[in-house]
Design a protein around this ligand. Structure first.
Ligand SMILES: [Zn+2]
Length: 343
């Protein structure tokens, strides 16, 4: 029997993915296929891979939006969902909570989108055993009134697989406070809550996401490090930060993962609860396995850190309590066995 390589072992670690955007997982060749089929024009590119090159978050969002427009029919949504979950599963993910951007698909009814997405989720669970949940992200750039209408649409088309909402898109000039009402209404309707904060925006946005939006989790959160009091508070409360190593090298000033002051390393060292996620994997030329490798090989996550992070990602997921309990106990020994082989 051949010995597994380190990278295969990292991939074999059971995982919960809590921060990945469906539209950011579209493989370049799928985007080109769908754009051609649906007669949608993509930004100019020399080779298919060049489609995914940009210098900052604003530039990235332009490509992200163009790609989203190439996804039109029920089967297109089924395909991108299925391919995303296939990739996640091949990287060890057994449960994936993924963001969707329904407003990015120019006028395609939410019902059409959700039908295809749910089909993709069902097919992927049948074929790969991977579970998943939908988390629509509010586009903060459109303001609170649009967010209210968006929530109306979400609730009107709600399905069992839709477990929560997020706050997304360009962060810096769009603080969380104006979205307090829409988040409160989502919560009253039984939805879980999360928000992108402290990636391009300041620590104050992390604070108001917690205090005003009353989120269960923070997506990214790196700039929390500007505010030691808030760090101490979050360490105490144990709120989860869904971190994405490769993303930081494209959209933040923390471009060197090996830097001793990289925010994800510092957040872990400060005792915050951090999970490792893939965000927009093909767009950042990565996948969930590579993100775990970066955490372990570059960001200083030792075996105990990695295990704590994985078990925390079960705990802070929005799965039912019985599954969480079962997985925590089953994964404990499985993670130890794999980490021992890596030692
Ligand atoms: Zn994200």
């Amino acid at each position: 029997m051949q010995t597994a390589t380190r990278s295969e072992l990292v991939r074999a670690l059971p995982k919960v993915e809590l921060h990945v955007h469906l539209e950011g997982t579209i493989q370049p060749h799928t985007a080109v296929d769908l754009a051609r089929k649906n007669s949608v024009s993509l930004p100019a590119f020399d080779s298919v891979e060049d489609l995914y090159s940009y210098s900052d978050l604003a530039d990235f969002l332009v490509i992200y939006t163009a790609l989203a427009k190439s996804v039109v029919e029920v089967d297109d949504f089924r395909r991108i969902t299925y391919e995303m979950l296939q990739s996640a599963s091949s990287n060890g993910a057994r449960h994936v909570e993924f963001f969707i951007s329904p407003h990015a698909h120019d006028g395609i009814p939410f019902s059409v989108q959700f039908e295809g997405i749910v089909k993709g989720m069902t097919d992927a669970e049948t074929d790969f055993g991977v579970r998943s949940a939908i988390v629509p992200g509010i586009n903060r750039e459109l303001g609170p009134a649009a967010a209210e209408e968006y929530l109306d649409e979400i609730l009107a088309n709600r399905c069992d697989q839709l477990l929560g909402i997020g706050l997304d898109y360009y962060e810096a000039p769009y603080p969380p406070e104006p979205f307090a009402e829409v988040f409160a209404r989502a919560r009253r309707n039984g939805l879980h809550l999360t928000a992108h904060a402290g990636e391009a925006g300041p620590a104050a946005y992390v604070r108001s996401s917690i205090d005003v939006l009353k989120v269960d989790r923070i997506d990214h959160g790196y700039n929390i490090l500007e505010d030691p009091d808030l760090v101490a508070r979050c360490r105490e409360s144990g709120i989860m930060f869904t971190c994405c190593p490769s993303t930081t090298t494209h959209t933040t000033s923390a471009r060197d993962l090996s830097a001793p002051d990289h925010p994800i390393r510092r957040m872990k060292e400060a005792g915050l609860v951090v999970s490792i996620n893939s965000d927009d994997p093909p767009m950042f030329r990565t996948d969930l396995g590579k993100e775990y490798e970066a955490a372990m090989d570059v960001l200083g996550f030792g075996p105990a850190d990695m295990k704590r992070s994985i078990l925390a990602s079960i705990e802070h997921s929005w799965m039912d309590d019985a599954t969480k309990k079962l997985w925590r106990s089953e994964w404990d020994a499985e993670i130890d066995r794999i980490l021992d082989q890596m030692a």
